[in-house]
Design a protein around this ligand. Structure first.
Ligand code: SF4
Length: 325
C-alpha cells in the first residue's frame, strides 16, 4: 500500500495503463518578465523552468513525437500520454494561437490528457473555456497554477507579482469549468519556516485542489536568489530538513489529492545549491520522504482535519450556489 497518491497511481487507476507526461517547451514568455506585471521574474526563475533537454526551437509536433517514441520504448507500446506544457506561462497568448497549439495534441491517439502550466493571474475565463472544450474532445484536462507560498509577504519578496487571492480565484473558476487543478508549492523560500509551509499545504487542502507539486527551493546561477546565496543571505534546506517538511505537508494534503511532484531536478552545472536537486538523486529524495512517513506510521492525508474538509466544502458551495452563504 503506497503512502502517497502519486500521479502514476492515479493515472493507472483512471486509464488502466501506464501514463507518462511528455513535457514540452514552447517560445512563450511570462507577464512577470516582459513588463506586463513585472520585470526580471521571480527571484529564482531560471529559463521559466524549462528542462535542459527541451528546446523551444523544436516544433511542438517533434517534441510530442519524440516523447511518445521514448515513452513507448521505455514503458511499452501500450503506454498512454499527457502532453504537459511546462515552461514559462502557457496560457499567455491570443486565443487563436493557444487553440492552434492545444489542438495539436488531438492528433495523437495515445495522448489522453492535456496539462497546462501557468500563473494564477493568467487564467481568464476565455482560457478556461478553451481548455474545458478539450474535455468534450475526450481529453482529461489539468491546469497547473504556480502559487509557491500562501504567505503574501513571501510572494512580494520573491517578486511573484500576484497574490494569494489570484490563486483562490483562479482555482475556484477553473474547477467550476470542470478542469482539474494542480497547485505548485515551494518549500524553503527566503524568510519562510515550517509554519509557512504548513499554511501553504492547508490552503491547497482547503481549496480541494486535485493535485499538488511540492519541491524544495533550489538556487540556479545568474538569478537574484544566487546573489543572495553567494552573499550569505540565504541558504537552501538540507535534505533532512526538506524531507521532514515535505512529510509534514503531505500529512495535511487529502489522500485523494494527486501528487505530481515531490522534488526538483535542476541542471547540475547551473545549480548552486542544494546538491540533491538533480535528476540522479530524484529517487533517493522520494524514498527518504516515504521512509519518513513510514517511520511516523503516517501517510498522505493523515493530518488532514475535518475543519479543513468543511472549509473546502464551503468554498465550493459558494461557487456552485452563488448567494447561498
Ligand atoms: S512565473 Fe514562472 S516563468 Fe514567470 S518569472 Fe516566475 S518562475 Fe519565471
Amino acid at each position: 500500500m503506497e503512502r502517497i497518491n502519486y500521479f502514476r497511481l492515479y493515472a493507472k487507476g483512471r486509464f488502466g495503463r501506464r501514463v507518462q507526461k511528455i513535457p514540452v517547451a514552447l517560445p512563450f514568455t511570462c507577464p512577470n518578465i516582459d513588463g506586463t506585471k513585472g520585470r526580471g521574474g521571480c527571484i529564482y526563475c531560471y529559463r521559466g523552468s524549462r528542462p535542459a533537454h527541451l528546446s523551444p526551437g523544436v516544433s511542438l509536433r517533434e517534441q510530442i513525437e519524440e516523447g511518445i517514441r521514448r515513452g513507448k520504448e521505455r514503458y511499452g507500446r501500450k503506454t498512454l500520454f499527457f502532453v504537459y506544457f511546462q515552461s514559462y506561462t502557457n496560457t499567455y497568448g491570443d486565443r487563436e494561437h493557444l487553440k492552434e497549439l492545444y489542438d495539436t495534441v488531438l492528433d495523437y491517439e495515445e495522448v489522453v490528457g492535456l496539462d497546462v502550466g501557468t500563473r494564477p493571474d493568467c487564467a481568464p475565463n476565455w482560457v478556461l473555456e478553451l481548455l474545458s472544450s478539450y474535455r468534450d474532445k475526450g481529453l482529461e484536462v489539468w491546469i497547473e497554477f504556480g502559487l509557491q507560498s500562501a504567505n503574501f509577504e513571501t510572494l512580494k519578496r520573491i517578486n511573484r507579482a500576484h497574490g494569494v487571492s489570484d490563486l483562490v480565484d483562479a482555482t475556484l473558476r477553473a474547477k467550476a469549468h470542470g478542469l482539474k487543478v494542480c497547485i505548485h508549492t515551494i518549500v524553503g523560500l527566503p524568510f519562510e519556516g515550517r509554519e509557512d509551509f504548513l499554511e501553504t499545504a492547508k490552503l491547497v487542502s482547503a481549496l480541494r485542489a486535485d493535485g499538488i507539486k511540492i519541491h524544495p527551493i533550489y538556487v540556479m546561477k545568474n538569478t537574484v536568489l544566487a546573489r543572495l546565496f553567494l552573499e550569505g543571505r540565504f541558504r537552501a534546506l538540507s535534505l533532512e530538513e526538506y524531507v521532514r517538511y515535505a512529510a509534514d505537508m503531505l500529512e495535511l494534503i487529502p489522500e485523494s489529492t494527486v501528487v505530481h511532484r515531490l522534488t526538483a531536478e535542476a541542471e547540475r552545472d547551473k545549480l548552486l545549491s542544494p546538491d540533491y536537486c538533480v535528476y540522479e538523486r530524484k529517487l533517493e529524495v522520494i524514498a527518504r520522504i516515504e521512509e519518513e512517513l513510514r517511520k511516523r506510521g503516517s501517510r498522505q492525508g493523515a493530518g488532514s482535519s475535518s475543519g479543513v474538509e468543511r472549509a473546502g466544502g464551503n468554498l465550493h458551495k459558494l461557487v456552485e450556489e452563488p448567494g447561498g452563504a
